[in-house]
Design a protein around this ligand. Sequence first.
Ligand SMILES: Nc1ncnc2c1ncn2[C@@H]1O[C@H](COP(=O)(O)OP(=O)(O)OP(=O)(O)O)[C@@H](O)[C@H]1O
Ligand SMILES: [Mg+2]
Length: 404
Amino acid sequence: MTRSTTSSTYFSTTTTTSHKSNNSGRNPVKIAAKTVADAFVSCFTPPEPKSSITSFGDSDSFKAPSVASDGGREKRRNSGSGRGRSIYGSENNLTHTKEAGSVKFTMEDIYKATKNFSQSLKIGQGDFGIVYKGRLEDGTVVAIKRSKKTIHDKHSGAEFQSEVRTLEKIEHLNLVKLYGYLEHGEERILVVEYVPNGTLREHLDSVNGNVLDFASRLDIGIDVGHAITYLHMYTDHPIIHRDIKSSNILLTKNLRAKVADFGFARLAADTESGATHVSTQIKGTAGYLDPEYLSTYQLTEKSDVYSFGVLLVELVTGRRPIEPKKEIKERITARWAMKNFTNGDAIFTLDPRLERSAANSLAMEKIYELALQCLAPHRHNRPTMRKCAEILCSIRKDYRELAG
Ligand SMILES: Nc1ncnc2c1ncn2[C@@H]1O[C@H](COP(=O)(O)OP(=O)(O)OP(=O)(O)O)[C@@H](O)[C@H]1O
Ligand SMILES: [Mg+2]
């Protein structure tokens, strides 16, 4: 598996943000049963955190809304192919049943699972380290990320461990599950759900020879919208992803999107246990970074919304956020696309491999309208992630009516 090259440069600047380190108030979002039921008939909109009947432990509460968000896609994908009775198809059902964070791993488990980190099981490499495909004793197929500790990870304080526990508990159809985290000498090992169909970036690059159609791109945008909304609404402190980008969006065989690497920029930060201030790093990927975060070091959920805006443009154009080989006015894809959109020339920016149908053109305009809001220079002018997901759902509804 190859990784994106042009957009993978990290900014890494140490700073200090004011942040309460007490995790005791991190109560999971509770979902009202009625809302879950409603979610089967309409595009899922997560409820306000205060509505509470069903507890976090009820995994069906999470799966149901996202299943609903798949709408007609499953039908479309399976027609004629005979593939995939379940949402995920049959390629990796074991990962589907395993509970997040339910297993404590030893280094021996990891060696066994990866056949001593066999080269033949290496599936990717990112800034965090090398990624291996592995199989646990119970047969579960997992992805194992192996990296060396950096000077920023001097110790694993109580807050750090608590943060890991929080991430381990998170379970959502559109988020890659964290099964476990292990520190061993200088090594840091993450065991996560294996997602078998490559990254969104690879699909936009057509590495498998297929063009991702417009409807699938819209579906993926909605999946990502739901996943991030869920993170933002999960606790009293929202979990901010910090690194939303197309190479962190993994796809299942049925082109369901699963967002990976959430919360890890924070985990990688140097923490001061018990303190009210947490030293952290500006982390993110060039082309996706919120300009306000860069200039003020203030990180909020709206930084994710900005990155999501970049991702929306990426979905429509198929281009990477930064295209160094293009002429200067086209180099920053979002800027180029938004300029064309505001000039009434959005159609010139639609991925040339996509059909110029009425349905595609109209949906493209609406997606750009949303992207423009997400990309607002000041965070208070950006919509919430929840609003983004709602708008995308309504765009998809109209799209389906028009596309027939
Ligand atoms: N859970 C997973 N299931 C299947 N493949 C994965 C999984 N996680 C990562 N990969 C593969 O490994 C590659 C590297 O992932 P990794 O997260 O380390 O790097 P990245 O996302 O490209 O960059 P970054 O380090 O900035 O996150 C991915 O591009 C993907 O192909
Ligand atoms: Mg990644």
